[in-house]
Write a protein that binds this ligand. Sequence first.
Ligand code: PMV
Length: 325
Amino acid sequence: MSELFATADAHPNIAFIKYWGNVNDQLKISLNGSISMNLDGLTTRTSVRFDSSLDSDKLEINDQPASPAANQRVTDHLDLIRNMAKLNQAAHVISHSNFPIGSGIASSASAFAALSLAGSKAAGLDLDIIELSRLARRGSGSACRSIPDGITEWHAGTTDEQSFADQLVPLDYWELVDCLIIINEKHKSVSSSDGHRISKTSPIQPLRIMGSARRFELCHNAILNRDFQSFSDVVEHDSNLMHSVMCTSMPSLVYLTKSSFEVIHAVLELRSKAVEACYTIDAGPNVHVITIKHQLDTVRQYLQQIPGILRVVSAPVGNGARLIN
Ligand code: PMV
């Protein structure tokens, strides 16, 4: 019998149109479609070995044994793979990320995208991109967008079969770069899974959802037309709407800090000087400043002087998940 082992790499992604709230929390079928770019250079590499000598799944993250909660989440995901492959062996999973995890840099997206590809391959499955995207979505919704290459769209759908991401444009279509301003690298106190669940308690969530198809279309067209002005209008508006929902949920989720707001204001100043830059923020204080490659140095130099910033990382548009030999 061949060795039940595989390794895969995947990148996190930054959402231009956000996913926040599910129709079905268990299947992670989103209330609205979303769009994101994969972040090249930030990588999670995950190896999966199914091993008949193990009693239970074993997970190591960045050379440390994982918490029981993280272990359980991985076991639940491996159960989906084992069911598909009709396999009953436990697995040893080793995962490394070269960027801070759990701080709103979509580490769960790269983690579940890499786990889905490595796990399914190790189990002897040969899933296509749509099947892999659907599988990754079950681990962490946004992970479905880290499977295809480049800038990707998650079509929310209403069923498990319809809810997957595909490529909107390839890597070299538009030279966008994420200039990621890291303010805090610590693990966030409220997970996005809990955030999705409580989003329905915000009176703003129905309004956010009502306009989401239109924002999706505006963002889709702005990317196809490489129209930065329209792109920045809709990206900032969509991020502000999601943070308004977060702040008005019960209990309220306030991820933004004083430094986050300082970066936001600096980005607005840059734009008033005709620099193409816009901000978007996930479930954490770190600010993703999206710009175009030829303006990256200007943006970086302007923003890295803001007090309270730990470091700046830049990431161009990246590939989807890849197997490693
Ligand atoms: O996939 P999750 O459950 O980690 O949710 C991701 C939510 C946001 O990052 C805040 C938005 C998004 O669309 O990525």
